[in-house]
Ligand binder design. Structure first.
Ligand code: NAD
Length: 325
């Protein structure tokens, strides 16, 4: 007897702006989904993006792409949320919290209603706070609520380290953990190339270990988002590619370790979402690793958790009433 055909993989994207549309484009090029539905409060924008993306299909993969409504999230394996306001020059990510949380109070219950079995992937900033809000507003298990978190910061960190050492960033193993924001924590104590810690790597390769250059790499990683916003008004390629990497790890059941944001219980930290290396597979955020951090990194992580938690507290999520701004 022939096997029944599996359902086509549908991915819904709520918010068809810079991040949402670039994610849709990267998904189309990846060939991972059979269907991409775009939702936006500005319907014509979603329609325009869908039309434009459809014209890239003949060069990419056959994919059904359309502008839809919440009903179209039904059956979606993954719902990506990139709706909301973005940072303007001079703003930090936390400045967006009230406005975007208010938008999420409308979006997430609708998504949960139509796509009760989906995995949520949140990109909107402040992403850790909104991942937590999405967890509470959806009622989904924690494994099915993922924030893009520091996947982007980790990529920026690896890129800069790769440039510095003249090594492909994919061969550099180093993580940024904590908040996707100003309090993020670079885990220098475990950073390595081919399993060799960086200082030792320099000794073997007869290179100076330049502490100042390392500090500059931490700083550039932390401020990259601000620099890109100042230069081009928004950031999209890095985050979109990171989101597609999360989607790929889920759909291909990869057990890949990614620094995504999810509700954590490690290091005595709880009731907050932040990023730690997490095993991502068909269940979503399946298992969070416990890194052997040094004292400075641990204290940085605890501070980072406190900052995210304080922002969460302003939202009054438990009462489901909007806090007065
Ligand atoms: P954008 O303004 O280009 O797009 C946002 C879209 O959301 C707009 O099209 C808007 O119409 C839509 N929208 C607003 N309210 C909505 C609602 N209730 N329902 C559906 N759609 C709604 O912004 P952008 O540059 O794409 O940024 C989107 C978000 O992603 C921002 O919060 C930004 O800070 C964040 N971001 C996150 C990362 C990351 O690493 N996580 C990186 C870059 C940007």
């Amino acid at each position: 007897m022939s096997k029944p055909h599996p359902e086509p993989v549908r991915i819904a994207i709520v918010g068809a702006g810079n991040v949402g549309a670039t994610t849709a484009y990267a998904l189309l090029l990846s060939g991972l989904p059979a269907e991409i539905v775009l939702l936006d409060a500005e319907r014509s924008k979603a329609e325009g993006q869908a039309m434009d993306l459809n014209h890239a299909q003949p060069f990419a993969h056959p994919t059904r792409i359309w502008a839809g409504d919440y009903e179209d999230c039904a059956g979606a394996a993954i719902v990506i949320v990139a709706a909301g306001t973005n940072q303007k020059a001079g703003e930090n990510r936390m400045d967006l919290v009230k406005k975007n949380a208010s938008i999420f109070r409308k979006i997430i219950p609708e998504v949960a209603r139509y796509a009760a079995n989906a995995i949520l992937v949140i990109a909107t900033n402040p992403v850790d706070v909104l991942t937590y809000a999405s967890w509470k507003l959806s009622g989904f298990p924690p494994s099915r609520v993922i924030g893009s978190g520091t996947i982007l910061d980790t990529a920026r960190f690896r890129y800069l380290l790769g440039e510095h050492f003249g090594i492909d960033p994919q061969s550099v193993h180093a993580y940024i953990i904590g908040e996707h924001g100003d309090s993020e924590v670079p885990v220098w104590s475990l950073a390595n190339i081919a399993g060799i810690r960086l200082q030792e790597f320099c000794q073997h390769e007869d290179l100076p270990y330049d502490e100042k250059a390392m500090q500059s790499i931490s700083r550039q990683t932390r401020t990259a988002g601000y620099d890109i916003v100042r230069l081009k008004g928004a950031t999209d390629y890095g985050v979109a590619t990171g989101v597609v990497r999360i989607v790929e790890a889920i759909l291909r059941d990869e057990n890949t370790l990614l620094t995504i944001s999810s509700p954590t219980q490690h290091y005595g930290i709880s009731e907050v979402c932040l990023s730690l290396p997490t095993k991502v597979n068909r269940n979503g955020a399946d298992h969070i690793l416990h890194l052997p951090l040094n004292e400075e990194e641990l204290s940085g992580l605890v501070t980072s958790a406190g900052i995210v938690k304080a922002a969460i507290a302003t939202l009054n999520l438990d009462s489901n009433q909007e806090a007065v701004a």
